[in-house]
Ligand binder design. Structure first.
Ligand code: ASP
Length: 327
């Protein structure tokens, strides 16, 4: 075994004109979360599944990225959050969608895995389960930030159904995104560029157990009831005895490519290395879609890949390697 490793992401996409100050804030947050993971692995010896939950809770509680507080808004200006978690040891998993009051959706996903007979609960059933389990609940307003209200306004003004991950864009009061003329389309719908980004964490612990967790508010100006890749095991999140994977980017493309599971399948069936499997899915499984992912293997390797402009990400390994990057 190659020791423990932890990787985090704060989403693929990234406005190429993102102000330096915001880049610095993102790097600081990623570093803080990495350090949290590192100390949990180093001193407390927590299992991988506990570490991914711990780190994603921290990301959800900070409004900077698109999960928990700071989630992207629906077309009606509300939040509908979703999350999933998977423990590679035993291939156990839990997921939630359409959550509107749960402070930390990743912990509700964990409870679905540990305390329900099911793998995935959504909307009112997920909310009822949250109440029953006694998790912290907050008014929907807590999750809505001023920045996101501004971005939703921009999305509506520019008649974009979804914000996403493609350059280039125009300046605006709220972000420096540009809307192309004629606009880019995805599934026949107009899209534009800047989006707050999803979060994820993957960990291999000192005993070689892998885990993965992903949490998001989804896409800005999404239709009510839309479910992306993040809560879907095999698409946005996957872990098994070989690896842990968390994806981000255009959910519809990630779902079609079964991105997270394909990384594991290439390692299992084709015996590819972690990085080769990651490179393959980014190159071959996304078609026109823009996305990225982070991954760890059971022998302590970390890998990432993306075909968007950037991806907020960070890595740390037992042998002292630590890196945080965006572009
Ligand atoms: N993949 C997420 C979704 O489609 C968005 C993101 O990663 O930023 O909901």
């Amino acid at each position: 075994m190659g020791g423990w490793a932890v990787a985090v992401h704060g989403g693929a996409g990234v406005d190429p004109n993102l102000p330096l100050e915001r880049q610095e804030q993102a790097k600081l947050l990623l570093t803080r979360c990495l350090n949290l993971g590192v100390s949990a692995l180093r001193s407390s010896g927590l299992p991988a599944i506990d570490v991914v939950e711990l780190v994603v809770r921290e990301l959800e509680s900070d409004p900077l990225f698109n999960s928990g507080r700071g989630s992207a808004l629906t077309e009606k200006g509300t939040v509908e959050m979703e999350a999933s978690i998977m423990d590679g040891a035993g291939r156990r998993c839990g997921a939630v969608s359409g959550v509107t009051t749960v402070k930390n959706p990743i912990s509700l996903a964990r409870l679905v895995m540990d305390k329900s007979p099911h793998s995935y609960l959504a909307f009112s059933g997920a909310e009822d389960f949250a109440k029953q389990q006694g998790v912290e609940l907050l008014d929907n307003d807590y999750f809505i930030t001023e920045d996101n209200v501004g971005m939703l306004k921009l999305a509506k003004e520019t008649n974009t159904i979804m914000f996403d991950y493609r350059i280039p864009a125009i300046g605006s009061e709220y972000c420096s995104a540009v809307v192309e003329n004629p606009p880019l389309t995805m599934n026949g719908l107009p899209i534009s560029v800047y989006a707050p980004e999803t979060v994820g964490c993957v960990v291999v612990d000192g005993q070689g157990r892998c885990a993965a967790a992903t949490s998001t508010g989804g896409l800005m100006n999404k239709m009510m009831g839309r479910i992306g890749d993040s809560p879907l095991i095999g698409a946005g999140t996957y872990a098994c005895e070989l690896c842990g994977v968390s994806c981000t980017g255009e959910g519809e493309a990630i779902i079609r490519g079964t991105l997270a599971r394909d990384v594991a399948a290439l390692m299992e069936y084709k015996e590819l290395s972690l990085q080769d499997a990651v490179d393959y899915v980014i190159k071959k499984r996304l078609d026109e879609g823009k996305a990225g992912l982070i991954a760890v293997s059971n022998n302590g390797e970390v890998a990432y890949g993306f075909n968007s402009v950037g991806m907020f990400r960070g890595f740390a390994t037992e042998n002292g390697f630590m890196e945080v990057g965006i572009w």
